[in-house]
Design a protein around this ligand. Structure first.
Ligand code: F0G
Length: 440
């Protein structure tokens, strides 16, 4: 493994050096929205089509799935794209990589991306792993990684002259979509599994002005319904079945490479399985462009009670058997029938990755560890990546000389109720120095 890493550094170092010669140097100036005014002439004509991952059919119009029912993926003519960013670790943001994003108009942005990648030395020590980083996606504008997808997806909605956007959500997609719809001046419609969404997320969606509807059913049912309603009402659907949304999310991979080069492994929670597919695509594109020479092992973590991808993985299957009644404390990933399962399983198999499951107790322990030992506050679903890493180190799947990046997907403040249930309420005492000192 050590040899493998050394080779990787060497090769990627060379590639990086070459790359600087290839890239056209542009002066980047930020406009009031924080979007880099990168010479837009080449960006206006980014060449892409939508390609079915099942039958390979290509479309140049905007749609969600293929006529055969397969998922679509944005396919670029990478060799024709003139890249206008430098991988120098600076000015990280979704729109730094605009030349690899399929939009033609001025983006709707709230300055998403550019999230911190923390080296977590206490976790390294605790697990005995050489190099671990945590990318804190909870520090995006709405507090989750969804903003990367929404800045692209909502921009696309405007490009397509849609008047309204819609999604089903376990909460974060809802909060993010509502926020970006507000910025864009679009109507937003949201279906949630009633009583199963963390309070902070519902509060965000409501205050940003979305129409929020709780249904008596789980996320999978909500998604099925919103797909049908969107078709009837001509809403632009912004769940991760929308291939343009995933384009924004792939910038997580770009930012990691931009900042530290190529890791051996990326670990992240899986729910509807869009993010793991998107990040894998980001690495794959950078490899095709010759910017990296390998792809990290894509490692997905599910909750024990919501583990269809794990079940498929351990049985060497390319598709899932849906789980009827998923259950976990990590409500964000309480999903039994992930729409992007096939894309995700491909990403995992192609990258020599892995899938693990973790219990609710393991999730909460990891959430506590990150918050109290590393100063990184995340919601339960995000902590699944840390809990999963711990388990995989114990199993010997993750080797101790690896360079690992864990993606933590949502902010601690999203789910205050779980925190209070776990930590208990603060004690209340009389307002006197003696009493306060007696309880210190
Ligand atoms: N972590 C958090 C905090 C999430 O909100 C989600 C998904 C995931 C992980 C899983 O990501 O679906 O791309 O595999 N939340 C969606 C939502 C389903 O509606 O907010 P995925």
């Amino acid at each position: 493994m050590a040899v493998r890493i050394c080779c990787r550094f060497l090769v990627s170092g060379l590639l990086f050096r070459n790359y600087h010669f290839k890239v056209r140097c542009t002066t980047t100036i930020c406009n009031v929205d924080g979007v880099q005014n990168i010479n837009s002439s080449s960006n206006a004509f980014v060449m892409y089509s939508l390609r079915c991952i099942e039958c390979g059919r290509e479309y140049d119009e905007s749609r969600y799935t293929c006529e055969c029912g397969g998922l679509l993926e944005v396919q670029f003519e990478l060799e024709k794209i003139e890249l206008n960013f430098k991988l120098d670790g600076t000015n990280l943001s979704v729109w730094k990589y605009r030349s690899l994003l399929p939009v033609r108009i001025k983006p709707v942005t709230l300055r998403e991306g550019g999230t911190p990648l923390y080296r977590v030395r206490r976790l390294e020590e605790e697990l005995g792993v050489k190099e671990i980083y945590v990318k804190h996606e909870g520090l995006n504008p709405s507090g989750s990684f969804k903003d990367r997808g929404m800045t692209v997806g909502v921009t696309k909605a405007l490009e397509l002259k849609k008047k309204a956007v819609a999604c089903a959500s376990t909460g974060n997609t809802a909060a993010s979509m509502a926020m970006y719809a507000a910025k864009a001046g679009l109507k937003a419609y949201i279906l949630l599994p009633a009583g199963k969404v963390a309070l902070g997320k519902v509060a965000q969606a409501l205050m940003h002005g979305a129409k929020v509807i709780g249904i008596k059913g789980n996320f999978d049912t909500a998604l099925k319904l919103v797909r049908e309603v969107s078709k009837i009402e001509n809403f632009y659907l912004l769940n991760s079945v929308n291939p343009f949304r995933l384009e924004g999310q792939k910038t997580i991979a770009y930012e990691i490479v931009d900042e530290i080069g190529l890791p051996d492994r990326v670990v992240l929670p899986i729910g509807n399985a869009g993010n793991i597919s998107a990040i894998y695509k980001g690495f794959k594109e950078f490899r095709e462009l010759g910017l990296i020479d390998d792809i990290p092992m894509m490692t997905g973590i599910q909750a024990e009670g919501a583990s269809p991808i794990y079940n498929a993985f351990v049985n060497h299957k390319n598709d899932i058997e849906p789980i009827k009644n998923p259950e976990t404390i990590a409500t964000a990933i309480r999903i039994g029938n992930p729409v992007n399962a096939k894309k995700a399983l491909r990403a995992i198999y192609d990258s020599n990755g892995y899938v693990e499951i973790v219990s609710d107790d393991e999730i909460i322990e990891a959430q506590r560890f990150l918050a109290s030992k590393e100063g990184i506050g995340v919601e339960p679903a995000s902590a699944a990546s840390i809990a999963g890493l711990r388990k995989l180190v114990e199993k010997g799947v993750v080797e101790r000389d690896e360079r690992v990046v864990c993606i933590v997907t949502g902010n601690l403040l999203k789910d205050p109720e779980t925190v209070i249930n776990v930590c208990g309420k603060p004690i209340e005492v009389d307002a006197s120095i003696e009493v306060i000192r007696s309880v210190l």
